[in-house]
Write a protein that binds this ligand. Structure first.
Ligand code: ADP
Ligand code: TYD
Length: 206
């Protein structure tokens, strides 16, 4: 049996994570893995609370949001029914659309990044990605893709904030480069070229 991996896909909004997740899942299946795909915020109750805040149905300070993401992530890992630790034990290769680097970048842009990293250390100790794949696009491309695809714009989706978040990602990568495996992929190419590049990075750890 192949060694199963845990891959986190990261990037600013509209960077192509969902698109790449399905292409990557197919590649893994061809390589003989059984695959489980998932995302954060999750579709579970704590994730639903977060989405309520993003859709302006509920008020939430940045610190409240940071706390909810920590709780959503721990539940995502530890839940006895759908928890990722269980999926890993069952031999699935797990691909997650966002994981803790999203908190470092999005919440760390508005509060102490050190605090956010520390507060997520339980999750990092439970399950560290074999690879964090960061799909890099410019904030301008992000805005363009978001506006094309949707009627409403979520809480974080302004050009200023996307600039801040992208910079925040690179700051987090710099801080954690000795602890985490990170691949930055140029995302402003065709989906097929982006996918081929991601797969070549994964082959180096298979
Ligand atoms: P995310 O999950 O990161 O928000 P999506 O995969 O949903 O990103 O992509 C956002 C939008 O950009 C979608 O309309 C998608 O079709 C388009 N898109 C995805 N990848 C590319 C690409 N490489 N080039 C151009 N458009 C893309
Ligand atoms: P999502 O619905 O995945 O949006 P997208 O498809 O654009 O990636 O994520 C919703 C928002 O959640 C996104 O703007 C990033 C934000 N987010 C955080 O702020 N912190 C986190 O820890 C995570 C996982 C996501």
């Amino acid at each position: 049996m192949k060694k199963n991996l845990f891959i986190a896909l990261e990037g600013i909004d509209g960077s192509g994570k969902s698109t790449q997740m399905s292409l990557l899942a197919n590649q893994f299946k061809i390589a003989g893995h059984k695959v489980y795909v998932t995302c954060e915020p999750t579709d579970n109750p704590i994730g639903a609370l977060i989405r309520d805040i993003f859709n302006h149905r509920m008020e939430g300070d940045h610190r409240t949001i940071a706390g909810l993401f920590i709780a959503d992530r721990l539940d995502h890992l530890l839940n006895s029914e759908y928890g990722l630790l269980k999926k890993m034990e069952e031999g699935y290769t797990v691909i997650s659309d966002r994981y803790y680097f999203s908190s470092y970048a999005y919440q760390g842009a508005h509060m102490s990044m050190d605090w956010v990293i520390q507060a997520n250390s339980l999750s990092a100790d439970l399950l560290r990605p074999d690879l964090n794949v960061f799909i890099d696009i410019s904030p301008e491309t992000s805005m363009h893709r978001i506006q094309k695809g949707r009627n409403s714009v979520e809480l974080f989706e302004t050009l200023d904030n996307l600039n801040l978040v992208r910079a925040s990602y690179f700051e987090a990568f710099q801080r954690l480069k000795n602890l985490e495996r990170i691949s930055v992929i140029e995302g402003e190419r065709s989906p097929e070229l982006v996918a081929a590049d991601i797969w070549s990075q994964i082959e180096t750890i298979l």
